[in-house]
Design a protein around this ligand. Structure first.
Ligand code: HEM
Ligand SMILES: *[C@@H]1O[C@H](CO)[C@@H](O)[C@H](O)[C@H]1NC(C)=O
Ligand SMILES: *[C@@H]1O[C@H](CO)[C@@H](O)[C@H](O)[C@H]1NC(C)=O
Ligand SMILES: *[C@@H]1O[C@H](CO)[C@@H](O)[C@H](O)[C@H]1NC(C)=O
Length: 588
């Protein structure tokens, strides 16, 4: 007799009589389930466009809208095909502006703002709103009194996370990303996201140390005033630096006594002090930290020239706002553009939202952090300067950056292809423990099942494991372990979903990731009407720096050799764009 039958029996005998009805997820279309009396429930369908006991009956306009709305798979197909058509649309700013506005509003409307739940409250509370030490939660935790961890479906116990990861997520042979994503992208992803994904494990996996909840560049400037002050030179707005082999690097911890995590084997003078205490972990992170430090001091020079009367403080603060703007620009137009694979050219234009209802605020969600565990990107070894570094020779070895220099790392990381994120079985064994831990945290925090997340984002819930994985063998194993597709967990499902054809991952990571991402980027205060103007950034020059920022320029203006870089490996056709590679005059 299998576990499902046992559970059913148990249920008939005792538990089911008193099952919390909300455990059945009865309320559809984002209706809110509230317990009433001893065994009853009510669905609050306010503002859902639906009515009825379970919010399943559409109002007239809802039916029209649902009928006209293209499916995500269809939109994705359009956006990634018909390049000739997009080449035309991209040139007509009336069309492309309106399409970009639609992308931004449709995506960010899926994210509640102000935020709602957190891992300790599955109903609205002032604490949940006001205590920013929590990651917010898009969907509230599964009630503690539900018969199974997924509500009512599936087994009472989940499959062992270690064995699950080993069977379905561990890499057998390296699967390169078909979109040709490279390590330059992977380390950018890690560097960029760790400013707002900083789980506070002392408090628990539902808490964050990144209280800015967005693009605040705390990984460059430190997360508190004291750390920032240690990192600053207090002259011309600049950050402290040191010169090694004639080039600018972050200062050593000798000169800047702040907490950094390094192995004791790293010589103290090679331990660099930067905003994020964990970035000594990978040379790729230290490389980006160095680039942004150089950029900060470069922009300070430009501002100082335009505003010779400005204090150190004003130069520093204004430069920080400019770097936040540059970051968002590069993330939308280079990073998200690459990731999407769209032929439609995305634009960073905050003014597109000025006539829309849009809240300029953001709270980082736990689900976003889980979804962003993109460890399959990491290769089996790191090919730098014709040398193959194993994990143990690469991690916690910041001296690789100082020894080889920024330019060499940039060239190597641009050349090396990253792993495909979706499709399963592509995480290197050295970092498989991260996937195990994210699965375990998801359980501890009682994340709702994957299909409930599908529904929230307007996607049809999967009816079977075959439909999820697009094959039969793995699907059958999953079915055996979980019992029911409605019991499948969020993180493993995201990685095991069939990827798009030639895509880096499947529909769910795109449809769930894009709303969080765009809301976080455009919800930044610098994108709001009272900030988004030249004076905020020291005048037209500063504003132009933001509006012309690219990855290539960031690299070019801050390196010796101005290596050609991108977020994908160079195509062998040899028509790599040279845009932004004009050699700049640099003095640090
Ligand atoms: C060699 C490279 C990498 C190593 C050794 C590494 C290792 C780790 C470790 C040890 C954790 C903490 C896990 C835990 O205890 O729960 C973590 C968290 C995380 N990693 Fe990675 N990782 C690497 C690359 C990446 C990349 C390329 C990404 C891409 C986005 C990424 C995204 C994340 C995220 C989002 C978290 C959660 C952070 C938090 O909330 O604290 N990692 N990683
Ligand atoms: C509402 O949902 C519950 C639980 O899924 C179901 O038993 C019930 O039949 C539904 N009621 C209506 C009117 O659809
Ligand atoms: C936020 O909640 C946590 C957990 O209850 C608590 O330890 C912390 O003090 C709270 N923070 C604030 C600012 O109240
Ligand atoms: C999961 O399996 C591993 C061995 O594969 C074992 O060491 C671990 O204790 C198991 N965890 C649980 C919670 O049973």
């Amino acid at each position: 007799m299998d576990a499902a039958r046992t559970a059913l029996l148990l249920c008939l005998l005792e538990v089911c009589a008193g099952v919390n009805p909300c455990c059945y997820w009865p309320c559809q279309n984002k209706g809110v389930c509230v317990n009433v009396g001893l065994e009853g429930y009510e669905c609050d369908c306010t503002h859902t466009g639906y009515h009825g006991v379970n919010c399943t009956m559409p109002y007239f306009w809802t039916s029209v809208y649902t009928f006209l709305k293209p499916s995500p798979a269809f939109s994705h197909y359009l956006l990634t095909h018909y390049k000739w058509l997009w080449d035309i649309i991209n040139k007509i700013s009336f069309l492309s502006d309106n399409l970009m506005r639609l992308v931004l509003t449709v995506r960010s409307n899926l994210i509640p703002s102000p935020p709602t739940y957190n891992s300790d409250y599955n109903y609205l509370t002032w604490e949940g709103y006001a205590n920013v030490s929590y990651f917010t939660r898009l969907l509230p935790p599964v009630p503690k009194d539900c018969p199974t961890p997924a509500g009512t479906k599936g087994y009472k116990t989940r499959p062992n996370a270690t064995e699950l990861a080993k069977e379905f997520l561990l890499r057998r042979t390296f699967i390169p990303d078909p979109q040709r994503t490279n390590l330059m992208f992977a380390f950018f992803a890690q560097h960029f996201t760790h400013q707002f994904f900083r789980t506070d494990f002392d408090r628990g996996p539902g808490f964050t140390k990144a209280l800015g909840h967005g693009v605040d560049l705390s990984h460059v400037y430190g997360d508190c005033l004291e750390r920032q002050q240690h990192l600053r030179l207090f002259k011309d707005g600049k950050l402290k630096y040191q010169v090694v082999n004639g080039e600018i690097y972050p200062p050593s911890v000798n000169d800047t006594p702040i907490k950094m995590k390094y192995l004791s084997s790293v010589p103290v003078d090679k331990q660099l002090a930067i905003g994020h205490e964990l970035f000594g972990l990978v040379p790729g992170l230290m490389m980006y930290a160095t680039l942004w430090l150089r950029e900060h001091n470069r922009v300070c020079n430009i501002l100082k020239e335009e505003h010779p009367t400005w204090s150190d403080e004003q130069l520093f603060q204004t430069t920080r706002l400019i770097l936040i703007g540059e970051t968002i620009k590069i993330v939308i137009e280079d990073y998200v553009q690459h990731l999407s694979g769209y032929h439609f050219k995305m634009k960073f234009k905050p003014e597109l939202l000025f006539k829309e209802q849009f809240q300029y605020r953001n709270r980082i969600a736990l689900e976003f952090s889980h979804l962003y565990h993109w460890h399959p990107l990491m290769p089996d070894s790191f090919k730098v300067n014709n040398h193959d570094y194993k994990y143990e020779d690469f991690l916690f070895k910041p001296e690789i950056l100082l020894d080889l220099g920024v330019d060499t790392l940039l060239e190597s990381f641009t050349a090396q292809i990253a792993g495909r994120i979706g499709g399963g079985r592509n995480i290197n064994g050295n970092i498989l423990h991260v996937a195990i831990s994210v699965i375990e945290h998801g359980r501890q925090l009682r994340l709702q099942p994957f299909n409930e997340y599908r529904k929230w984002f307007g996607l049809t819930p999967y009816k079977s494991f075959q439909e999820l994985t697009g094959e039969t063998e793995i699907a059958a194993r999953l079915e055996k372990l979980y019992g029911h597709i409605d019991a499948m967990e969020l993180y493993p499902a995201l990685l095991l979903e069939t990827p798009y054809e030639n895509g880096i991952f499947g529909e769910s990571i795109v449809e769930m990731g894009a709303p969080f991402s765009l809301k976080g980027l455009l919800g930044n205060p610098i994108c709001s009407p009272h900030y988004w103007k030249p004076s905020t950034f020291g005048g037209q020059t500063g504003f132009d720096i933001i509006n012309t920022a690219t990855l290539q320029k960031l690299v070019c203006l801050n390196t010796k050799r101005c290596p050609s870089v991108a977020f994908h490996t160079p195509d062998n056709l040899g028509h790599e764009s040279n845009e932004g590679r004009e050699r700049p005059k640099t003095e640090f």
